[in-house]
Design a protein around this ligand. Structure first.
Ligand SMILES: Nc1ncnc2c1ncn2[C@@H]1O[C@H](COP(=O)(O)OP(=O)(O)OP(=O)(O)O)[C@@H](O)[C@H]1O
Ligand SMILES: O=C(O)C1=C[C@@H](O)[C@@H](O)[C@H](O)C1
Ligand SMILES: [Mg+2]
Length: 161
């Protein structure tokens, strides 16, 4: 099996949405879904009961133990300094890029725990993380929609085989 594609990007860039298109013909794992299964609870409950530090710990452990063709990460995978380095050493890191306002419109009514902090705190998080996402091997423009991102990923996969 060729090395995995690790898909990174801020909340709302569409990582999980892309999964539904790819998984008809590829082995795809979403780390947030994996974590929810492993913990036996949804992410808001995990944050409430165990806190963000425990979440980052488990997310980083699952990153290292998950094998698939595509691994869709959670938006905060870049929070642990070693994670980008680890992904780059074990596969190809692809970032989905989308302006903050579009991300915000997509996530503002969701139950993501960090959204509770309000728009300006989420914007600060976006600004702080942006240079980390840009450390990816490849940055894809996600503004032309999910199917366009899927096309770009399929092309990269063909080149990679
Ligand atoms: N191309 C798109 N156009 C419009 N809405 C979209 C698009 N892609 C995703 N969305 C919507 O944005 C929301 C967030 O998308 P998604 O869950 O795929 O983001 P994510 O990158 O996986 O976020 P997270 O980092 O939190 O896991 C969903 O409600 C989804 O339906
Ligand atoms: O950007 C983040 O820190 C997060 C993104 C989501 O995918 C989840 O992993 C969780 O809500 C935290
Ligand atoms: Mg997701």
């Amino acid at each position: 099996m060729s090395k995995p594609f690790y898909i990174i990007g801020f909340m709302g860039t569409g990582k999980t949405s892309v999964k539904r298109y790819l998984e008809t013909t590829n082995h795809v794992v979403d780390l947030d879904e994996q974590l929810e299964r492993h913990a036996g609870m949804d992410i808001p409950s995990f944050f409430d009961q165990h806190g963000e530090v425990a979440f980052r710990e488990l997310e980083s452990e699952l990153l290292r133990s998950t094998k698939a063709e595509y691994i869709m990460t959670g938006g905060g995978i870049v929070e642990r300094p070693g994670n980008i380095k680890w992904m780059k050493a074990h596969g190809t890191v692809i970032a989905l890029d989308l302006p903050f306002e579009l991300c915000w419109e997509r996530i503002r009514h969701s139950s993501r725990p960090l959204v509770k902090g309000g728009k300006e705190n989420v914007r600060a998080l976006y600004d702080r993380r942006l240079p980390l996402y840009r450390e990816a091997d490849i940055v894809l423009d996600a503004s032309r929609g999910t199917e366009d991102v899927v096309r770009q990923l399929n092309r990269l996969k063909e080149e990679n085989e």
